[in-house]
Design a protein around this ligand. Structure first.
Ligand code: NAG
Ligand code: NAG
Length: 247
């Protein structure tokens, strides 16, 4: 500061403006950062949160409305049961052939409702499988919120979900999957890109780009078209080894 005072007069206003400019540009940088990251333009265009929920309670209430509907549960556990297990068995056999799951995998199905996918996993030999949903369905499905999974870090080798569209906070949905997956663990999502899903959906997805961005500690393995109960695309990620910081 003393040096500045000793310098010719004309320098002082310049320094003064510079000193204003620096924090200002930093502030602009921060505000750009907070609006653009981690949600990039591609993500905001191709992943839209439906503006229908006034609060988290309101959202949970709406989701429970479907999950606890006795008529739906009756259909899920009777008419739908064998048909869904057959289709899921086909999907999981394919993942086994691709060496993405094995009999010794510890597996989680996120948003499993009555757990047909859990039953299918067990039938293809993945015996250590469990489902998670707001309403439990013992012994296949335990109670929990996928925005805040009730599991320790690095618990599972494999996670499957076909309810990404029900996530009100997609970054939490994905963040929790990445947290509870072991390193090298695989996540398979079935999503709707080409058709719109039901009125219980909390978001609409139009490409795989937002997923690739949200899975920020995982590698994108592949995506392919499938026919899975109204869901048309299978997207697969594998959790990366953490980067070791050298000091
Ligand atoms: C995996 O489990 C299935 C079904 O129980 C069984 O038929 C198969 O032999 C097992 N595979 C291996 C490699 O153990
Ligand atoms: C990944 O994204 C989450 C939330 O979107 C963020 O909290 C986290 O810091 C990101 N991790 C990396 C390694 O970028």
């Amino acid at each position: 500061m003393k040096d500045v005072a000793n310098q010719p007069r004309s320098v002082i206003p310049r320094c003064f403006f510079l000193s204003l400019l620096l924090p200002l540009s930093f502030f602009i940088f921060l505000s750009l950062k907070s609006t653009n990251k981690p949600i990039s333009p591609a993500t905001t265009m191709d992943l839209k949160i439906r503006p229908v929920y006034t609060s988290y309670d309101n959202y949970i209430h709406h989701q429970l409305h479907k999950t606890t509907n006795p008529k739906l549960r009756q259909i899920w556990t009777t008419r739908d049961w064998d048909r869904k297990i057959r289709v899921f068995t086909h999907f999981f056999s394919d993942l086994k052939h691709k060496k993405l799951i094995s009999n010794s995998s510890k597996a989680l199905c996120v948003g499993a409702r009555v757990g047909q996918e859990v039953e299918a996993l067990k039938r293809v030999g993945v015996s250590d499988s469990i489902g998670l949903d707001l309403v439990p369905y013992p012994p296949l499905v335990i109670r929990g919120d996928f925005h805040h999974q009730p599991f320790d870090d690095e618990t599972f080798d494999f996670e499957f979900s076909n309810v990404f569209d029900h996530a009100l906070y997609p970054e939490k949905f994905v963040g929790e999957i990445q947290r509870t997956l072991k390193v090298d663990g695989v996540c398979v999502l079935h999503v709707a890109l080409y058709r719109r899903s039901d009125k219980y959906s909390a978001n609409d997805l139009y490409s795989t780009e937002p997923l690739i961005e949200l899975f920020n500690v995982s590698d994108f393995v592949y995506s392919r078209k499938v026919d899975g109960f109204g869901l048309d695309t299978e997207v697969v990620f594998r959790k990366r080894k953490p980067i070791i910081q050298r000091s």
